[in-house]
Write a protein that binds this ligand. Structure first.
Ligand code: NAP
Length: 273
């Protein structure tokens, strides 16, 4: 297993996402079981947000981690419209209740909104003082946003990254590495769309007796300081995602991916979902 130092904690390079969980009551048991299976297999970082199913995903996570909170590194995100001096503490309180915990390990601003960054940061810092969160970070921040934020206390930036979305490699990722700011890569499987049927990923997968999804995860986490957070409900997917931590791509594999999905040669606007 490979690890990244995130907010002072050693976390595995592959975690678990939760977008679309908590939407259908009929699927809740399977979602809880998938997250628990993931924790058992070492996928101990769980990423959620108040936005997902309007709190429903946090409730699924709460159920999955009940009685084993200490085995999990918990990440949640606040809506930008709640990221004010008064709104942030109440949003956090609601999240804590749904998650059934007293403290969120890493609390992120989901994307930039209308509230001044200094006000959000001040509110995050107060939550740390009160023991409601351990650290704070951001999501969907491009390089200029991070430079404007200019705050070494920021513990991560969570952004879209997979072989078909390599824009961050031009400037954001190298800068983040230089600042020792870990990157959390969301949609590392491009939401299981066309990417997973790409013949080049299929060919590489066949060479390693792996799957295209595992190749995508190994590729996303190939460098320093990147954590991938695939979401999986199917037990087979959870197993494959955990096993992807052992897949190491060769130079030839990486070159083949570069040929199929060119690295950026100029600045691209940060892609978002
Ligand atoms: N900060 C942000 O703005 C932001 C935006 C988007 C996402 N996120 C976070 O990032 C997480 C991941 O992104 P995402 O959920 O949008 O997309 P994703 O993880 O790229 O893809 C999820 C899809 O891939 C399937 N899948 C999982 N493992 C697989 C495997 N080994 N083989 C084949 N298919 C597999 C899942 O199916 P099953 O579920 O059926 O197993 C699901 O349909 C989210 O859940 C969320 O926590 C953050």
């Amino acid at each position: 297993m490979r690890y990244v130092n995130l907010a002072g904690t050693r976390v595995p390079t592959i975690g678990q996402g939760t977008w679309y969980m908590g939407e259908d009551p009929g699927s809740k048991a399977a979602e809880v079981a998938a997250l628990q299976q993931g924790i058992n297999l070492g996928l101990s970082l769980i990423d959620t947000a108040e936005m997902y199913a309007e709190g429903g995903a946090e409730q699924v996570v709460g159920q999955a981690i009940a009685g084993r909170r200490d085995q999990v590194f918990l990440v949640s995100k606040v809506y930008p419209h709640n990221a004010s001096r008064r709104g942030l503490p109440t949003a956090c309180e609601r999240s804590l209740k749904r998650l059934g915990t007293e403290c969120i390990d890493l609390y992120l601003l989901h994307w930039r909104g209308q509230h001044p960054l200094e006000e959000t940061v001040e509110a995050f810092e107060r939550l740390i003082e009160q023991g409601k969160i351990r650290r704070w970070g951001v999501s969907n921040f491009d390089l200029d946003d991070l430079q404007e934020l200019d705050n070494p206390a920021c513990a991560t930036n969570q952004v879209l990254y997979n072989p078909a979305e390599r824009g961050i490699e031009f400037d954001l990722l190298p800068w983040s590495r230089q600042q020792q700011l870990p990157t959390m890569a969301y949609c590392p499987l491009a939401q299981a769309g066309r990417l997973l049927h790409h013949p080049v990923l299929a060919e590489i997968a066949a060479r390693h007796a792996a799957t295209p999804a595992q190749v995508s995860l190994a590729w996303v986490t190939r460098g320093e300081g990147v954590i991938a957070i695939p979401k999986a409900v199917s037990p087979a997917h959870v197993r494959l995602n955990a096993a992807a931590q052992d897949l190491v791509l060769t130079e030839a594999d990486l070159q083949a991916i570069d040929l199929a999905f060119a690295a950026p040669t100029r600045k691209q606007r940060l892609a978002m979902m």
